[in-house]
Design a protein around this ligand. Structure first.
Ligand SMILES: Nc1ncnc2c1ncn2[C@@H]1O[C@H](COP(=O)(O)OP(=O)(O)O)[C@@H](O)[C@H]1O
Ligand SMILES: [Mg+2]
Length: 267
């Protein structure tokens, strides 16, 4: 079972945001004084979900962790250090991000190609990942809609991100554009993939409460005006979750409790 200790020998957290704030020339305090840490025990994984209303700053927090944006106040540290170009952070967005003129295989292998890995090795490793995300038989199709479905395109993006072996994977509403059935299937698939990984921290943004409870080890609830974290919840459910757990009283209660909490937030 997980304990609440930092991962590395140097006792640093995988992710640490310290008193982070964001202002824009025309808008003060879009995000105000956000501090949190994420740790992940060696050999384990950690799945943190950020839940909050539209516009509260969820994507902004992910951009900080990816290094795409620097906050106007405070600091962001990964494994105890400020973010550099060498930091490998994977990202999966809601919008399909594959290159449509590349095949599934080429898209999945893209990161390795950019790293200069020879084609035989990168194709072999990409095919293993294609198998992991259940896309066998699709590898030579072009990665665009409607040749591939939305769910399949998101699997391509997940496979591509995972192949770079990031220690941190950021997912910004990755299943937000999918139909309900596909979405539920993708949640299960992601949980199953995670159970085969180790030392990986995922930060996942959603505004779907059951999705947050199903996937998360921890849930950070945000509110807006100013964007801030109002509650941190530990999800005390078994680590190996299949869809049956959504029928269990403990799961249902947790969903209702979070719903009540979010309803009580500022409108
Ligand atoms: N360049 C900008 N100038 C002013 N406000 C901005 C700018 N970029 C983003 N914002 C505002 O920051 C807030 C947080 O945005 P975002 O992180 O995308 O929210 P979320 O992902 O939670 O929907 C939003 O209210 C957005 O309008
Ligand atoms: Mg967003």
């Amino acid at each position: 079972m997980k304990t609440n200790t930092p991962q590395d020998d140097d006792q640093s957290y995988v992710i640490e945001l310290k008193n982070v704030g964001q202002s824009y020339p025309d808008r003060e305090d879009v995000i105000k004084d956000v501090s949190f840490t994420v740790d992940c025990d060696k050999g384990d994984n950690k799945f943190v979900v950020i839940l909050g209303p539209s516009g509260c700053g969820k994507s902004t927090l992910l951009r900080y962790i990816s290094g795409l944006q620097v906050p106007t106040k405070g600091g962001v540290f990964l494994h105890g250090k400020p973010i550099t170009n060498e930091t490998i952070v994977g990202m999966v967005f809601q919008k399909y991000s594959s290159l449509p003129w590349y095949t599934v295989l080429e898209n999945v292998a893209l990161g390795l190609e950019l790293q200069g890995v020879p084609s035989k090795e990168r194709n072999q490793r990409a095919m293993e990942m294609i198998k992991t995300v259940d896309l066998m038989g699709q590898e030579n199709k072009h990665a665009h809609y409607p040749i591939l479905s939305g769910g399949q395109l998101q699997r391509v993006a997940i496979a591509r991100s995972l192949l770079a072996s990031p220690k941190i994977l950021l997912m910004d509403e990755p299943f937000g554009a999918l139909d309900v059935k596909t979405r539920l299937h993708m949640q299960e698939m992601l949980k199953a993939i995670m159970s085969k990984m180790s030392d990986m921290t995922v930060v996942f943004v959603t505004h779907d409460i059951p999705e947050a409870v199903f996937l998360g080890d921890e849930i950070l609830i945000m509110d807006s005006n100013p964007g801030r974290i109002v509650e941190k919840i530990t999800v005390n459910l078994p680590e190996n979750r299949t869809k049956e757990i959504k029928r269990e009283a403990k799961f249902v209660k947790m969903v209702y409790d979070i719903e009540d909490k979010m309803e009580s937030l500022s409108k």
